[in-house]
Design a protein around this ligand. Sequence first.
Ligand code: PEP
Ligand code: MG
Length: 685
Amino acid sequence: MAERRLQVTGRLGLHARAAANLVRVASQFQSTLTIQRLDGNAQADAKSILSILTLAASRGTDLKIVANGVDEQEALDAVVGLFERDFDENDKADGEQLPRATEELRCKGLGVSDGIVIGRVLRLQEGTPNVYRAEIAESDLERERRRFRAAVRLSRRQLEAIKDRAEKELGRGHAYIFDAHLLFLQDAKLTRDVEDYIVKEHSNAEWAAKVVGDRLLSIYTQINDEYLRERGSDIEDVIQRLLSNLTGEGPKYPNLSEDAVIVSTELLPSTIAELNLNHVKAIATDAGGWTSHMAIIARGLGLTAVVGLRNFYHRTRTGDQIVVDARAGEVILHPATETLEHYRFTVHEPRPITHEVSVEEFGPVTTRDGVQILLRANVELPTEFHAVRYFGACGVGLFRSEFLLSRPGLMGSEIEQYEAYRLLAEAAGEYGAIVRLFDVGGEFGPDLKERERNPALGLRAVRFNLHHKEIMRTQVRAILRAAAKGRLSLVIPMVADVADVRSARRVIDEETARLAAENATFAEVQVGAMIEIPSAVLTAEKIAGEVDFFELGTNDLVQYTLAVDRGNDKVAEWFRTLHPAVLYGISRTLKAAKDANIRVIVCGEMASTPAYAVLLAGLGTTDLSMIPAMIPRVRAVLSQIKTDEAREVALRCLAAGTADEVEEFVRTEFKTRWPDLFPPNALPK
Ligand code: PEP
Ligand code: MG
């Protein structure tokens, strides 16, 4: 046995990167290496990063290193040498290389709603799960351990990818923290303890990981050194990643403060739907685009949001001060005093949609040449129902019913759904409401453990419904029964062709017949088809013969026509709503509907944008459905244009070759024709 005493001299103590270097050196030797604090009993295994960090050895701590084994002397020399060289890092660089910002840091993203908010960061890693204890039979224990190891492997692959990206985009200095995360994952103190727990307690892997993780975290919260204590959040990150890879469940929100700003890599729409809006003031995410559901629902809720911030999440800590400026599409972490002063004068939280006073204009808008255009509301959550009247909408043009499923995987019972649709019909009034059958799949995997490789092209929307007929039947029955209490219609999402429509209608007809046979109170409803994928556009005249109306989903129409993921900020510049191919698809659909004498409601985000609404009117639209808060603005614009003029512009756009040409043309033409309605910043960039 060989031993030496020494003192920690580095400014940051035995912190994560120093500990990582120590593990690397110690692991080269066969001997056991133990580090003991001389001021107490605490001791650690020098080959385990978690164990070393729990020593909480800050600068000035006296330690004893004990080596035991065949190469004990060499091992001791190597470790002592590392201490003497201050872990091969220079103090100054270390402070600079921390990924966590401590000075004002500005990040550009995409503002997807209105407002400026000053608040405190609440980090949410999607998938922070609800973990339950399950008893595992003796014969299944090995399988449970294997499941845990698979989650560790998956987490490792994810972290390696994050590290590579951080290295490329931010430099090596910022990527080191992921080395520490990777070491946590490999650390026997974590993996062995979890596996031991599984076996000893006959526990499921999730519970075991949670218990072991909580134990480690509780050690960290007692540490006196602030810097080291903060490393606890790195462990938390790793444990959360493990748990979400094991369970794939949605998040929970710990201790929401009054002014929480949710910062996340990506948020499930259902997570936003669950947020307590009395506390959450804004969201800032690494991923996302203008038409991602996360953005749509943030706008619908009047929540200030900036998305597409790339590597922002990993630079924050819960509790950091933050400014979210959705107008400028920017977030500012650790704002300087002058920045705060500036913002305190200009702070503007979007007007909550719960205001008592309401707009004065209702019903359809009439253009200057006498064309009536219906303005309906898109609604996602029951909390938005009152916004329909408040903003003067002609009922609800699109109810995205999947938002009723507050958590992926939970399908509401018939009676729960019936009640929701009944209230929807009541809120919608004389113009009624159109309920879209669940558009799950894609972002709303019914079971996140079975995430598909390519969800947007996978078992989504009508395909999901036809595969899970019991879920579809329950929803259809609830809609039909609620239709007896108010005006409701039903729309089938994402049909590819007539075959999808027929299959869905068959189920609807069967449920109608069954309700009649049961003598239940119900009413028959009109059935429409969402036209949002190119094959439906190309066969629109055939589909028109089989439904009562169309809804044009321009968000997906752009996504599928241009093959651009609507939620991926990396391809946002290819997501061009005014692409001639998209305009052609819209025009074709409108013509097919007109020939068949059925109405078309345009309900994508395009309808919510005043300049685009004018183009839609020019293409022949007379029915728009949009974010309720946008109705007054769209109404004001449409009431001052002539559709004849809009038609001239729209025809020229259809003839253009590229999206750039269309946008340029729209900019100049709109400025000349309607200078008061479209100041320069109101037009597409
Ligand atoms: C659309 O695709 O345009 C649409 C209205 O539906 P969602 O945004 O929910 O896909
Ligand atoms: Mg859609």
